[in-house]
Design a protein around this ligand. Structure first.
Ligand SMILES: [Cu+2]
Length: 265
């Protein structure tokens, strides 16, 4: 009888250990995902790109490459995800014919907000330095500058939900910044000011490239990376935009607020 009693006591203890063990691997999810980036609808970008994202637990590392973008201009880039989003890149039918705040000629311009039902809010800002949270959504002084770029970062901390979404193929990489009127710089022009932040031209925040992160095979080498030859030698125009970084945080707050409202549902 004594052994029976021990067994009865031991069983629940084992059960608890098993639960803890099961919680462990979930938090330590590992994997590699990649996305081929293609032009967003409507915005007439003739560019492409590639993103690779690796997850180890709640630590993320990434490489982002793009080409064919507006030269000498900063290009905000993020991982977007929304539990209520379609978890895909937007299509032309997502273009809202009704003008958003600051938007003119809405049928000719596809804005970041219009893509939100497809890809959701920002969950990671793919900055080159500093903060990588949604607070840095429009921190244009810390994103890559130029028509063509490639950069990598590690040690980006994300939530377990975001890590899972990425590994499940539900996260979307979006690179922003287009030159609708072809004047060689971000200007309000016919597009107007940004619906995310009226202190920025809409051209600075409209989506240029998009791609869904999908699981890649173990050990697969990244492919389709963009050659970084004639790198941008700018910095002058960029310097002028550094000042809007602080204001940009307010715009990030808008996206953050959107995120909260969607995730709380
Ligand atoms: Cu974005």
């Amino acid at each position: 009888m004594r052994t029976f009693t021990r067994a009865a006591v031991a069983a629940p203890a084992l059960g608890l250990a098993a639960l803890v063990a099961m919680a462990g691997p979930a938090a330590a999810a590992e994997g590699s995902t990649q996305a081929d980036l293609a032009p967003s609808p409507v915005n007439n970008v003739d560019g492409s790109g590639h993103a690779m994202v690796e997850i180890s637990g709640t630590t993320l590392s990434f490489t982002l490459a793009a080409q064919g973008l507006l030269q000498d201009a900063p290009h905000a880039a993020h991982i977007h995800f929304g539990a209520d989003a379609r978890n895909e890149c937007p299509s032309e039918s997502d273009n809202n014919a009704e003008a958003l705040q600051g938007e003119t000629n809405p049928d000719q311009h596809f804005t970041t907000v219009e893509g939100a039902p497809a890809y959701g809010p920002v969950v990671v800002s793919l900055t080159k330095t500093g903060d990588t949270s949604p607070d840095s959504t429009l921190a244009v002084d810390r994103f890559a500058v130029g028509a063509e770029f490639e950069y990598s970062r590690g040690d980006v901390q994300v939530s377990e939900d975001v890590a899972s979404a990425i590994l499940d193929g539900k996260a979307v990489v979006v690179v922003h910044g287009v030159d609708h009127d072809g004047d060689g710089t971000y200007s309000p022009g016919e597009r107007g000011v940004s619906d995310l932040d009226p202190s920025l031209p809409g051209e600075a925040t409209d989506p240029a490239l998009c791609g869904v992160l999908n699981a890649s095979q173990m050990g697969a080498m990244p492919q389709g990376g963009v050659e970084t030859g004639a790198g941008s030698t700018s910095g002058i125009e960029n310097a002028g935009l550094i000042g809007v970084g602080a204001i940009a945080v307010a715009g990030g707050g808008v996206l953050l607020a959107r995120r909260r409202s969607t995730t709380d549902n």
